[in-house]
Design a protein. Structure first.
Length: 202
């Protein structure tokens, strides 16, 4: 049975949305006997000063927490540096852990992590699944983040490459599925799975 390796900047005990969704799924898969590994950061979404253990096992989920800078969400430059250091640390650890036949599932925090996951998956003979919560750089344009210029086209092309090589692209709604298909991604490699919530917990 292949190992599943998830990539996301936040994981349990963090309470951000992507962390909660990932935690729910990872816990469920681990209970069924699937080998689950999560590569994440040592931080909490609302507390950049928090320092979580570098490695631990949570209910049979192997968690590797990588080093990142800690500028937080207060300014764009600091957030960008936090992203860049996560890209580097997470990519190195993914390359170290991933084996032929494994499956890496890349979420979208930080944006464009699928590009790095795709490079490592190709090098290791592994499969890539993109679990897409938003589309970058489109979301930056929609929010009026300036200064992207020619980088927008380059980033879109690199992102689309990671979508084309993926075994599956999981999106959160039909609108996103149509948008990705419009970028030239094979519709047969796109699956809609809506985000969920735990009604019992609520």
């Amino acid at each position: 049975m292949p190992n599943l390796i998830f990539l996301n900047r936040f994981f349990y005990p963090d309470h951000s949305a992507t962390s909660q969704l990932l935690t729910d799924l990872a816990l469920h898969l681990a209970k069924t006997g699937v080998s689950v590994h999560v590569i994440t950061s040592k931080q909490l979404h609302d507390n950049p000063d928090a320092v979580l253990p570098a490695a631990e096992t949570i209910n049979n989920i192997h968690v590797t927490r990588v080093w990142t800078s800690r500028f937080g969400r207060n300014n764009l430059l600091g957030r960008t540096l936090d992203y860049l250091t996560f890209y580097l640390s997470a990519t190195w650890n993914l390359f170290r852990l991933l084996r032929h036949g494994d499956i890496v599932i890349a979420k979208t925090d930080p944006p464009l992590i699928s590009i790095f996951a795709g490079i490592v998956a190709k090098a290791r003979g592994a499969k890539l699944i993109n679990w897409t919560q938003d589309l970058f750089p489109e979301v930056a344009d929609a929010l009026g983040v300036g200064g992207m210029g020619i980088a927008t086209g380059l980033l879109s092309a690199a992102r689309n490459w990671s979508l084309r090589i993926a075994a599956r692209n999981v999106v959160i709604g039909n609108g996103m599925a149509m948008r990705i298909a419009g970028e030239g991604i094979n519709p047969n490699a796109i699956t809609v799975i809506h985000n969920w919530s735990d009604g019992c917990a609520i």
